[in-house]
Design a binder for this molecule. Structure first.
Ligand code: DLL
Length: 435
């Protein structure tokens, strides 16, 4: 069984990788300067020309791009190829403001699918596998990306999309799916439904899952691994940089290898924009060095991560990023304290709850309030008020220790928090609604 999809790249020496990145960066900056007036203007405003960028060491001289730029330039302002060369768009769900629309040439799609193929092979995938893709298809990048990667590897691909969970399980059993691709929250739901339908892991042949598109904790990983009897691998990406496959986890499960032949990663201080030394926690910034149609330079992801180059036992030399520890824009500031939803999830799972919860933040009489609604499992469900109050108090104490502020915790009956077939909605911040 092949261990890598592209060994010469995935295990390339650092020196050769740097050379490759240098060459590709210089060419990409020229391509953007020549074809994207919007970015050229930004470079001119910063007093930078393509001649100033001779290697990755000069990357910091380039201006950043942000989601605000994407909205300003919507829809065609950042396109670097004529429309006649573009064959596809994908887009974000865009709940606020304008959607992000990303463009692809056929070459861009090939490279993107190649990145996804690397992720599938790293999870043990081969052409013997049956790969069930339950990410959404359509504008969302999850379905099309993993679908393309699965084809490249030669797996039998089940293009399920999300939803209709009982049918998903029927296909999984009948066609003996071995790899499952979906959001971690949907994987948890599929596991829950499988057991409710009276099946066990003995009835399915799944061996691996490739889960991403939203934050999930190590605790949630263990839950999913147990309920589906699999090894669960993380995968990361964003529409702006093509979709899933920017980085992927290997069997070591200690961070995701970034496909550095396509993306240069930097970590910056989100407040000052200053580049931070390797190993620091900060905002992840990507420069696409191979994309033709939509080549974003120094794109600020808002994801807070740490990069590490420690030797990986899998043999890959590609730099690893931690799971996103939160988003600089999603971070909740409650009574002046920074709160990440993942911290709340960690407390819940440590106390034996499933990751079915919703966080509500509001402002009453100029004071922020934090309410956490947590679903009890059937086993935890209790009729006595005293019992419930005691369990709630335990969670309040644990969250107080973890977050440094006092939340209100409400235990709710099993199955009362809406399940998600795509990305879960974990936070309702009512403060924004009033402003
Ligand atoms: O979520 C692409 C994707 C599809 C990735 C399928 C993985 C699997 P967007 O909808 O543009 O694209 O959302 C991108 O989702 O900036 C992160 O904040 C978050 N995200 C993506 N993957 C992960 C992950 C897709 N593995 C945004 N862990 C990113 C945590 C993730 N957050």
């Amino acid at each position: 069984m092949a261990k890598y999809w592209n060994e010469s790249i995935e295990c390339m020496s650092r020196e050769d990788m740097k050379k490759l990145q240098d060459e590709r960066l210089v060419a990409q900056v020229k391509h953007v300067w020549d074809n994207v007036p919007y970015y050229r203007k930004k470079m001119e405003e910063k007093g930078v020309t393509p001649e100033d960028i001779k290697s990755t060491a000069d990357l910091h001289k380039l201006p950043f791009l942000t989601k605000a730029d994407l909205r300003d330039a919507y829809p065609y302002g950042l396109l670097a190829k004529p429309l006649s060369d573009c064959v596809r768009i994908q887009s974000t769900s865009g709940t606020t403001g304008k959607r992000v629309v990303a463009f692809y040439t056929q070459h861009d799609i090939d490279l993107w699918e190649d990145c996804c193929a690397r992720a599938i092979v790293a999870a043990g995938g081969t052409n013997e596998d049956v790969c069930q893709v339950c990410y959404g298809y359509g504008l969302f990048t999850g379905g099309p990306g993993l679908n393309g990667g699965s084809h490249k590897v030669g797996c039998l691909t089940l293009p399920m999309s999300s939803g209709n969970t009982e049918r998903q399980i029927q296909f999984m059993i009948d066609l003996q799916s071995t790899i499952l691709c979906c959001t971690p929250s949907y994987a948890a739901y599929i596991g829950e439904t499988l057991h409710e339908m009276g099946y066990t892991t003995d009835d399915i042949k799944l061996k691996a899952g490739i889960f991403g598109a939203e934050p999930w904790t190590e605790e949630m990983r263990r839950e999913i691994e147990k309920s589906l009897g699999i090894k669960a691998y993380d995968i990361y990406g964003l529409t702006e940089t093509s979709g899933p496959g920017v980085s992927f986890e290997c069997s070591e499960q200690t961070g995701m290898h970034i496909n550095e032949d396509h993306f240069i990663a930097e970590i910056i201080d989100p407040d000052t924009g200053e580049v931070l030394p390797e190993g620091s926690k900060g905002e992840l910034v990507f420069t696409s060095i191979t994309k033709e149609a939509f080549p974003l330079l120094r794109y600020r992801t808002r994801d807070i991560c740490v990069l590490t180059r420690e030797k990986c036992s899998c043999g890959r030399t590609l730099v690893k990023m931690s799971k996103p520890l939160g988003r600089s824009d999603d971070m909740l500031i409650i009574r002046g304290v920074n709160v990440f939803p993942s911290q709340i999830e960690t407390v819940l799972i440590e106390h034996g709850y499933a990751p079915n919860y919703q966080i509500e933040v509001d402002r009453v009489n100029n004071t922020d309030t934090l309410d956490v609604n947590v679903e009890m499992t059937e086993a935890q469900f209790s009729d006595t008020i005293k019992d419930i109050q005691q369990k709630e108090q335990e969670l309040v104490e644990a969250m107080k220790t973890m977050l440094g502020i006092n939340p209100k915790v409400h235990l709710v009956s099993p199955k009362t928090i809406a399940r998600s077939e795509g990305k879960a909605v974990r936070v309702i911040d009512k403060r924004k609604l009033h402003d």
